[in-house]
Write a protein that binds this ligand. Structure first.
Ligand SMILES: C[S@@+](CC[C@H](N)C(=O)[O-])C[C@H]1O[C@@H](n2cnc3c(N)ncnc32)[C@H](O)[C@@H]1O
Length: 441
């Protein structure tokens, strides 16, 4: 396919997303199934265009003075991809029957000016949902626009070297051809930068070293969160009992097992067993022997564990606002009701975690959200209700596990302790919030 056909496909997919209001992966997959002539490079270029539009839907629409899919895709191609009006006009070649109609004079004028209206509000400038601006301003203050823009950029591919099977240098050497570099903060992190425009993201899970368990795909922020959790156990980690209460596909369980040198007993639980996905295969590949998956369908597997865990990791269900770079459609689909539902679930899992942790043990509360309602507010409410817990200096713990000193903005003072916050702007990671809560002896 030539670029004209790819542009038309992106327009079609975005229109489909608008009318049927469904996840972008589903729309892209369906398009691929009904257009089998499109090769993998075409599908990936089309996917890039669709995702780039979704990341910056508000600002591109304001630049164009029009937010229909055609205007948005034209803006992404000409401006974000740097093709310019000339490149777009060449792609919209009337001789190519798959190409869109050439830019109209109004579209051409908007693309030439390429500026936001003077009165564009912060939600438009920073590509944020308007209803969340007050919450995000509470967290970011005068950095809101910069943080919003960073949340609207493309994200690199992050890997965690699985130190149970290989060290980071071995992974770096193995993936040198893909452009792998050492991550900035995570001592076990490897980053594979993604290119601009139509460049295809590397398909690293087809590497033999992946199948051998040398690495997992995991955002650097998620790696750091697991390291902060594991650090709570101190040098006496061997034989400790860790409950990964919201284990999902097991990303944190696997990282915890590696961080503990497979010396702890990790119990991976999720109240929805469909969320486990291929967790058993992942555990087998990782070489970890200390992870046990608890089936929520078999009675109450947590009941016998009450008051026994040295560490309970609560990788809480959340709105995922910190992952908007990777899931930009979620940014515009998120509604106040969903935030409220997540808050309710978070209160529930924190309460359950408090039942499981032993006196002197730790809860590590983690979200991949940057909203204070899911982070600071939840921790403050928990501490107000549970006087037997105190917030540790989580930011200092993050500093101890990180490979180099972190920006000051990662430190979130909260009462007598601190939480830690990672963001695409501050740390080049997904947005994460981490708070370590220690139960009194
Ligand atoms: C952020 S995801 C977990 C991601 C996973 N820890 C990882 O690193 O790959 C949150 C998970 O919490 C689970 N969950 C929601 N409410 C729960 C509850 N009350 N008890 C246990 N798990 C719950 C969801 O099913 C979901 O899989």
């Amino acid at each position: 396919m030539r670029d004209g056909g790819r542009i038309s496909a992106a327009i079609e997919i975005l229109a489909d997303l608008e009318t049927r209001r469904r996840p972008v992966q589903d729309a892209l997959k369906d398009w691929g199934l009904t257009h089998r002539f499109a090769g993998s490079r075409d599908r990936s270029a089309i996917g890039n265009l669709v995702y780039d539009v979704l990341r910056r839907r508000a600002s591109l629409g304001a630049i164009m003075g029009n937010d229909d899919p055609r205007a948005l895709v034209f803006a992404a191609y000409a401006l974000q991809w740097g093709k310019g009006l000339d490149g777009l006009a060449a792609a919209a070649d009337p001789a190519d029957r798959h190409a869109p109609a050439p830019p109209t004079p109004a579209e051409a004028a908007a693309l030439t000016a390429a500026t936001l209206p003077d009165d564009a509000d912060i939600a438009t400038r920073a590509d944020l949902p308007g209803w969340l601006v007050p919450s995000l301003a509470r967290v970011f203050g005068d950095r809101l626009e910069t943080e919003g823009r960073a949340l609207a950029a493309r994200a690199d591919v992050d890997l965690r070297a699985n130190t149970l099977k290989a060290d980071r240098d071995a992974v770096l050497a193995d993936l040198a051809g893909a452009g792998a570099i050492a991550a900035t903060w995570s001592p076990v992190g490897v980053r594979v930068p993604v290119g601009p425009g139509d460049e295809k993201a590397p398909h690293l899970v087809s590497e033999l070293s992946f199948k051998r368990g040398w690495f997992e795909v995991q955002d650097e922020g998620s790696q750091l969160a697991a390291l902060v959790a594991a650090e709570a156990l101190g040098p006496a980690a061997a034989g400790s009992v860790v409950i990964d209460l919201c284990a999902g596909g097991g990303g944190k369980s696997l990282a915890l097992a590696a961080a503990l040198g497979d010396a702890g007993r990790i119990l991976a639980y999720d109240n929805d067993k469909r969320r486990f996905g291929d967790i058993l295969d992942r555990i087998a590949r990782s070489g970890a022997s200390g992870i046990e998956v608890l089936d929520p369908g078999r009675g109450d597997p947590l009941a016998p564990l009450a008051g026994s865990a040295d560490l309970v990791v609560v990788d809480a269900p959340c709105t995922g606002t910190g992952t908007w770079r990777r899931r930009p459609d979620a940014k515009w689909r998120l509604a106040p009701g969903a935030l409220e539902m997540r808050r309710e679930q978070q209160r529930g899992v924190l309460g359950a975690a408090a039942q499981l942790v032993r006196p002197g043990g730790t809860i590590c509360y983690i979200t991949c959200s940057v909203l204070p309602e899911e982070n600071e507010d939840q921790v403050a409410a928990f501490l107000a209700a549970r006087r037997d817990f105190r917030l540790e200096d989580t930011a200092a713990a993050l500093g101890r596990v990180a490979a180099r000193p972190l920006p000051e903005t990662t430190r979130v003072p909260l009462g007598a302790g601190t939480a830690a916050r990672l963001t695409p702007h501050a740390t080049g990671t997904d947005g994460f919030f981490i708070a370590r809560l220690r139960r009194a002896d």
